[in-house]
Design a protein around this ligand. Sequence first.
Ligand code: G1P
Length: 295
Amino acid sequence: MPHKPFKAVIPAAGLGTRFLPATKAMPKEMLPVVDKPAIQYVVEEATAAGIDDVLIIIGRNKNNLSNHFDSVPELENNLRKKGDEDKLAKVQQSSDLADIHFVRQGEPKGLGHAVLRARAHVGDHPFAVMLGDDLIDERDPLLTTMLSEYDKRGATVIALMEVDPEHIHLYGVATVEATDTDDVVRVTGLVEKPKREDAPSNLAIIGRYVLDPSVFDILERTEPGKGGEIQLTDALEELAADPEGPGVYGVVFRGRRYDTGDRVDYIKAIVQLAADREDLGPDLRPWFKEFAATL
Ligand code: G1P
């Protein structure tokens, strides 16, 4: 039986302590990447893949997030009166994107716990989980590939990327086997944030998942793992290890990904994206070269 259209779930309830004081009164997902909050890129990625129902799991400071996806009549009227259609379109873009819902995580008990909060909204249907720390370039449509792999295999699909061994301890890491499709692998094991010497491969989970709803039952009983948190990786390891189940597959992504998870990567992401933009790149690129020469 065909499943209902995919919904997307975006966990945005982290404390964002790496970006204090900017995140004192604002979720880190609202930090601007060039001129858009990080979370808007993620919602746009979902809609580009055909998803128009998005659930955001929120922590404190909910208002910033919900206001961003709401209309602002005062500002819109002001821009309309001035005839500034260009800015008006920018304001309206985020409120017209998708049907956005919010649910509170309550206590921040980890990514697995955040995903479990989506159960009532998602129901018994497959769904996408998208983490705001990873931005995927719109020219490299990863999520679309993952959704069609889900439909082909009827099994959970995660996004994997080769990373330098020195960074592997920051990620969930997969043990994999080849399939008959290039860059699609079967995941046989997963471990959350191993030490470099214990990592089973250099294939890291990047923040895109298409999950079978059977993950909810597993998450209900998943004990706290790494860092004392309920880890999504641990629940997926159980799905991958179940010989009776459909298993877990990985799509190996070789496109452009921008990490906004810590300050250095965040600055790099802004520089890369701005340099590529038609409206900003021509002014910025020569300046980057001059600036680099002074270092
Ligand atoms: C989370 C996941 C981890 C994954 C990473 C991708 O970790 O727990 O498995 O590799 O996202 O960004 P976090 O970065 O939230 O600590």
